[in-house]
Design a protein. Structure first.
Length: 329
């Protein structure tokens, strides 16, 4: 792990050294961007959270620039298929990726060859920090706090805990709780949140973890009790404490994950800056606000803030992911 981080710092230093000629070279690109239709490749299926964010922000960018933004869904391989296509695209700002932290961070750990290298091939432009993920227990367990959960797990010996995929934030959360409290919680991996919450509705899971919006089917039918949130409070349930507030100590419980936009690495910095500005300005658009509210998400942040968040969270995600012991596929 240390080797990767050192290499990234070396690349960052080289980028800084080249900053001045890079900006000069890209100055003319800023005045002409966008010169034609923009392709925004969403590396997850149509109708999901990532897709709806891509379309809402894409529509705003189109209105502001006067150029059509076409959203193309290229799902598969945890976002790697669409991401690899953007990484190979012409670095002129006319091909943009919309994806999530799994694609930007986790794939480097769980895939031998995802088809792209985040350090060499892509530049993050703007991200929407992740919302607080809910930890929900079957009411039959009597779990209402993290302390209750630990006691139940110790008494039961085995707990079936739903995740929406291997290597996901819920999977890493289980691993970290097992390590801290000496538990034997079993991850039950589903192909997405919808089937996972169906498992909770059917009573086959003792607990599960996922987004506030997707969990509503369970919560509104009184088939689940929220006993914690992962790393940040959820405004709709302010009385539910985070895992750190309840005594969990893993650094992984300080990260949020994100959804965001990236472009090919050599895209001129003025174009990157302009695109980031548009993403931030879109936060005030009524349609964008509606989508953000639907998924209880924060607004998009700027280029500098985005990369500060990425550099801060990256080593924590990698360390936690590597501790799962998953063999790269």
């Amino acid at each position: 792990m240390s080797t990767k981080l050192d290499r990234r710092h070396f690349i960052a230093a080289g980028t800084t050294a080249l900053a001045m000629p890079f900006v000069v070279r890209g100055a003319s690109a800023q005045s002409t961007w966008p010169a034609r239709q923009i392709r925004m490749i969403c590396s997850y299926p149509a109708g999901g959270q990532t897709d709806l964010l891509a379309r809402a922000y894409g529509e705003f960018i189109s209105k502001q620039t006067g150029k059509t933004v076409v959203v193309e869904n290229k799902p598969g391989a945890s976002g790697a298929i669409g991401t690899a296509e953007v990484a190979r695209a012409e670095p002129d700002g006319h091909t943009i990726l919309c994806s999530i932290s799994t694609t930007y961070i986790m794939n480097r750990v769980v895939m031998k060859n995802p088809g792209y290298d985040m350090d060499k091939d892509l530049t993050l432009v703007s991200v929407i920090p992740g919302a607080g993920l809910l930890l929900v227990a079957n009411p039959k367990t009597g779990i209402k706090t993290l302390e209750d959960f630990v006691a139940f797990a110790r008494k039961s010996g085995k707990v079936n805990f739903g995740t929406y995929s291997a290597g996901s934030a819920p999977h890493m959360t289980i691993n970290e709780l097992n390590k801290q409290y000496g538990l034997n919680v079993e991850p039950v991996h589903y192909r997405g949140e919808a089937p996972m919450w169906t498992g909770m509705l059917e009573g086959t899971l003792d607990a599960a973890m996922g987004s506030y919006t997707a969990a509503q089917s369970v919560l509104q039918s009184d088939r689940g009790t929220v006993f914690a949130v992962h790393s940040k409070k959820v405004d709709a349930i302010p009385n539910v404490k985070t895992l750190p507030e309840q005594g969990a100590t893993s650094k992984f419980f300080t990260v949020s994950g994100f959804t965001g936009w990236a472009v090919p690495k050599a895209t001129p910095q003025p174009v990157v800056d302009r695109l980031a500005e548009l993403c931030v300005a879109a936060n005030n658009d009524p349609k964008v606000k509606e989508v953000l509210a639907t998924f209880v998400l924060e607004p998009a942040i700027g280029f500098k803030e985005t990369n500060a968040l990425y550099q801060r969270e990256l080593p924590i995600w990698i360390e936690s992911a590597q501790s799962l012991g998953l063999e790269p596929a």
